[in-house]
Design a binder for this molecule. Sequence first.
Ligand SMILES: Cc1ncc(COP(=O)(O)O)c(C=O)c1O
Length: 336
Amino acid sequence: MTSTTFAESDKIKVLERIGNTPIIELKSYSTDKVKIFAKLEWYNPFGSVKDRAAYWMIKDAEEKKILKKDKSIIIEPTSGNTGIALTGIASYLGYKVEIVIPEKVSEETKNILRKLGATLHETSDDLCPRVGAGTDQSIALAYAISKPRPEIYYMPNQYENESNYLSHYQSTGPEIWEQTQGKVTHFFTGCGTGGTNTGTGTYLKEKNKNVKVIAIQAQKNHLLQGLRNFEESAKPDLFIRREKIVDEWYTATNQKSFEMVKSLAKREDILVGPSSGSVMASMLDYIDNYDEGVFVGIFADDGRKFQSLYLEQNLFSEEEYRKYLTSCKFLPPLSY
Ligand SMILES: Cc1ncc(COP(=O)(O)O)c(C=O)c1O
């Protein structure tokens, strides 16, 4: 067997594992009539909801013959998870990846990216003009690097790329519908590009127009990696195209999100990332107004990338964090 055939079979195995993530009931928060479910997106092979968008965007560029094996460089502005997904997937498919990333993203995330083989360009106010907060600077820098060299660089641009939306319309939405046997009444997700929200929300509303879609943004000046505040930084084009899908908005605070990370570890034995804490906080606030319903939230990534943040914020002591790493359920082996 040649190394090429080995890589081919390996590639199929890993890429086949994108999607079909488990959904679990959070029983300590559910009641007889109010059922709360979390869709555990960290079961994707590269650890987050963004595997879906990354895979769909790469497949689309391959179909359009934009990407050339062993020649093209994929460059993308991202707060981490899209970068991890793109780099992981691209490493199986023969493309190099450069990631433009805000420097405040956790060191663990940056280390994973480096380990997977990405070249990182970190943005700071010194490095490039401030056209907006956080990831907006990254977008400007990624354009500046890629635009003059279109024969080498390909920027999927998750903030505009329709394949990001389609990945959720074609996978996350149908999965939730089937996993709840069509009983879902409310869908909650944090918003970065809006791909998860609009893709999943559109599919679920097509199945049942009464499903409510709740979009979660972060507070200003936040620590909730993956989310945005839409006053602080512009709403992406991808989101603007279908933002009417959103029935209600919720703004997650750092404090409430972190409290929920802690509460989920204690009550449900799951170690989640900050944005899952935001989703949980918004679900619990909404549920106060309902006597019944099936509430489904996207838990975008787990807590294994956030040790430094969680210790810094005094969420857990080092000992507690280590204990949760071994005692928590639903932490599959990592692919990196
Ligand atoms: C942890 C986390 N939560 C939520 C999201 C939001 O996903 P989307 O870009 O589909 O809005 C992201 C996106 O990067 C993320 O990394």
